[in-house]
Design a protein around this ligand. Structure first.
Ligand code: SF4
Ligand code: SF4
Ligand code: SF4
Length: 294
């Protein structure tokens, strides 16, 4: 759907429908959150200016369809009064998607909403060569599909083994999804010694071993975020590339995001997705520009 243009200025979040004169109002729900009173306001606006229903998009968006162009301004004013802002459309940074993370999910490794809100404050609606999507997901279960976004942020932990707490039950060998845990044994029956270790390359930094070990022998060593770039679905899907496996500070996340957007602006062609730009110019050059290393 094409963006509405008033004069030369595109109105973000207002999208022309195929029916002449009618538009979709795409609303902003950062991290998929709206308050009950905001939802009530959206319902009233959908009744009054749309056709009495809302559409839920695949990226946690709420859209009011079938708004006549003569009613767009009134609908926007009514939504703004309840703190409901317009979403993004066109070649801009789109609304930031996030799962609930540690707030309500037992697997959540961090406060996903906090990161999404900060990304929104810093980058939402900025211009880019093409649409630019970001998703934050609290753990390796990847409920918000971080690696299908231009930037994906996933909760990550690096486990350490505490030998004195381990009863050698062997369960972690079974439940590690990446089969990255190895048990080695040495000595004879009388002096048998065992040792559990991790293949750090193969480990996907999920928190399964630290959560499920009955003796709490797997503990969190380092904790942070895996940072992905260049994921996209659409006509030519591409899974994101891991730019950095463990980012340990929030500030570094925002710095990497800013540098990734700059790299995209400097190298991307009009309407080219970030991931396709990476394939065209090479990941080494992109790493060099964002991380200062290839
Ligand atoms: S990605 Fe992980 S933390 Fe987020 S909702 Fe899914 S299971 Fe929970
Ligand atoms: S699950 Fe825990 S206690 Fe059992 S073998 Fe693994 S580290 Fe040891
Ligand atoms: S963090 Fe996940 S992938 Fe890594 S060793 Fe533990 S269970 Fe396996």
């Amino acid at each position: 759907m094409a963006e509405l243009e008033t004069g030369l200025v595109a109105v973000s979040g207002v999208i022309r429908q195929k029916q002449p004169e009618y538009h979709v109002l795409r609303l902003k729900a950062v991290a998929g959150d709206l308050s009950a009173s905001q939802l009530a306001c959206i319902a009233v606006v959908a009744e009054q200016y749309g056709s009495g229903f809302v559409h839920l998009s695949t990226r946690q968006g709420v859209e009011i369809h079938n708004v006549h162009r003569d009613h767009i301004d009134d609908a926007r004013v009514a939504l703004q009064a309840a703190g409901v802002e317009m979403g993004a459309s066109g070649t801009r940074v789109r609304v930031i998607v996030a799962c609930p993370g540690e707030a309500t999910c037992k697997w959540g490794a961090f406060d996903t909403r906090k990161i999404a809100i900060e990304l929104d404050k810093r980058f939402f609606n900025q211009e880019a060569p093409s649409k630019f999507k970001m998703a934050v997901t609290g753990c390796a279960n990847n409920c918000t599909k971080a690696n299908e976004n231009d930037i994906g942020i996933k909760g990550a932990i690096e486990p350490e083994w505490v030998s004195s707490s381990c009863c050698d039950c062997g369960l972690c060998l079974k439940f590690c999804p990446a089969k990255a845990i190895e048990r080695k044994e040495s000595g004879s029956n009388g002096t048998r010694v065992y040792d559990y270790s991790i293949d750090r390359e193969g480990c996907i930094n999920c928190n399964i071993c630290t959560q499920l070990c009955p003796g709490e022998a797997w503990v969190i060593g380092r904790q942070g975020y895996t940072f992905f770039i260049g994921g996209t679905m659409g006509k030519i899907p591409r899974f994101a590339t891991v730019l950095k496996k463990l980012v340990e500070s929030e500030e570094e996340l925002y710095d990497l995001t800013r540098k990734a957007l700059t790299c995209f602006r400097n190298n991307g062609r009009k309407k080219e997705r970030f991931g396709h730009m990476i394939d065209r110019i090479g990941i080494e050059k992109v790493r060099e520009e964002i991380l200062g290393t290839s």
